[in-house]
Design a protein around this ligand. Structure first.
Ligand SMILES: NC(=O)C[C@H](N)C(=O)O
Length: 486
């Protein structure tokens, strides 16, 4: 069963080949068997999963099943789930049981999906390797010496290893697309405002966006349809109808105009990654697309602008963890200041502290204009680069990451880790959608092709990705662990 994609599982459930309970029990057994080593889950919820599976089977028997009824999945541990620990990968929230469901969680439950548990992640989504988790690093299912990417590394690894057909991630600067690329799966970051952020633990509120991670674009289309939409509880969610994202998957690509940003093929790009991306572009030409070079001239400002804006917003969002209301509280505080100081010193990890310090500094009096305001101005220029490019072409293509998955422990210096985000973070600054699809290998390690579209062009991106997956089989390749039986 675990060799099937989410869409294939939905069809099999509908045909009565097996029940949701059987499928759920099978995947829970796989997680039990393989995840001690992989470490892709922080919390498993087997009892509630089996109950949800039974409800799904009952709904189907009563003729009330929808397209996702009974389909198992997992949630990054950043989505609040009522009655379940929601840690954000941090010691600070190790004791936090969310009192309510995030909108995404609620919508997935209404759609009849079955959550198996909460996946590992970089602490508060800060990282590109999953090495910043309080719960330890996650291994890449393709190669245990490699990282799975981050921050949604647990979600990506769980899908690649065949523990779940899909998982939810969040992407502030690449956290869905880069781990998807490193683990050889498909990951979509929707337009900012497409999916409600209500109940998602906030990192950088003007950049955070949730999206699906699965094996195929078709699977992502089904899931996006279930989670997208306006939400009165998130004022940044956009009041705009949700199209049927599966409806346009098959549209032919004749006449599609592809732009290759010159800046995405420069220094620092691994030649094997570049070759895979260029091969993928040739596949598109054979499908009737035309290709031209374009320029996104402010690309090199994206990392500095992001690493001012994201820490600034994080320093403000993370000020709520004070040891008073919830989260980690130090033992025997002497007074209020001691309580704040020690609770925060003990609860946060190193990278989170670094970003709080940077963010607090850039927002402080005398520095705000020089850093934060300037970064916001640069952000506008970056957004304009994309809008100009989309006047000329329909989609942009390039690598999701400059290298394939790197070795655990290889990027100890924070700046070299930040440089990993070179091709993904401008997309968040601009608010546009992006998808990473499997496009080859560098040795055993997968390579991702990133496809970008203008605001709310998700249906087009999914169509472009789906057609590629009909013409190639990279997304069908599986690591040895996914072939192993329990
Ligand atoms: N959260 C993300 O999208 C990952 C990014 N590397 C960051 O650390 O901010």
């Amino acid at each position: 069963m675990h060799d099937k994609t989410l869409s294939e599982l939905a069809t099999a459930l509908e045909a009565g080949e097996f029940s949701s309970r059987e499928l759920t029990a099978h995947l829970l057994a796989r997680i039990d068997r393989f995840d001690d080593d992989l470490n892709s889950f922080i919390t498993m919820t087997p009892e509630t999963a089996l109950e949800a599976a039974d409800r799904a089977d009952a709904a189907r028997a009563a003729g009330k099943a929808g397209p996702l009824t009974g389909v198992p999945l997992a949630l990054k541990d950043i989505f609040c789930t009522e009655g379940v620990k929601t840690s954000a990968g941090s010691r600070m929230l190790d004791n936090f049981v969310a009192p309510y469901d995030a909108t995404v969680v609620e919508k997935l439950a209404v759609a009849g999906t079955v959550s198996l548990g909460k996946t590992n992640m970089d602490e508060f989504a800060m990282g590109s390797s999953n090495e910043n988790s309080y719960y330890g690093p996650v291994k890449n299912p393709w190669d245990p010496a490699a990282v799975p990417g981050g921050s949604s590394g647990g979600s990506a690894a769980a899908v690649a290893a065949g523990l779940v057909p899909a998982a939810m991630g969040t992407d502030t600067g690449g956290s869905i697309r880069q781990p998807a690329a490193f683990c050889g799966i498909t990951g979509l970051k929707p337009t900012y405002g497409r999916v409600s952020r209500y109940g998602i633990i906030a990192y950088a509120s003007s950049l955070d966006q949730a999206g699906p991670m699965a094996r195929t674009a078709e699977d992502c289309a089904r899931l996006l349809g279930a989670i997208a939409g306006h939400d009165l509880r998130d004022s940044t969610s956009v009041a705009r109808g949700v199209p049927d994202y599966t409806g346009e998957l098959e549209a032919p690509l004749t006449g599609l105009k592809i732009g290759l940003p010159r800046e995405y093929f420069g220094d620092g790009l691994d030649p094997v990654v570049e070759a895979a991306v260029r091969e993928a572009v040739k596949v598109y030409e054979s499908l009737g697309a035309s290709v031209r070079e374009v320029s996104l001239p402010h690309t090199h400002y994206a990392i500095p602008a992001y690493y001012v804006i994201a820490p600034a917003e994080a320093s403000s969002n993370l000020s709520r963890y004070d040891g008073v209301r919830f989260g980690h509280r130090c033992d025997n505080p002497q007074d209020l200041i001691d309580l704040y100081k020690r609770s925060r010193a003990e609860g946060f990890g190193e990278e989170v502290k670094r970003r709080i310090l940077i963010g607090t500094h850039t927002l402080s009096e005398g520095f705000f204009d020089a850093y934060y305001k300037k970064a916001q101005q640069v952000r506008r220029l970056i957004r304009q680069d994309f809008l100009d490019a989309f006047e000329e072409v329909d989609v942009l293509m390039g690598p999701a990451s400059p290298t394939p998955a790197f070795d655990l422990g290889a990027n100890k210096d924070p700046v070299s880790m930040y440089l990993q985000d070179i091709y993904t973070i401008a997309v968040n600054l601009a608010g546009i959608p992006g998808i990473s699809v499997p496009a080859g290998f560098a040795g055993r390690r997968p390579v991702g092709l990133q496809i970008l579209g203008t605001h709310f062009a998700e249906a087009r991106l999914l169509n472009v990705a789906h057609r590629f997956q009909q013409a190639t089989d990279w997304h069908r390749r599986r690591p040895a662990i996914a072939e192993e039986t329990v």
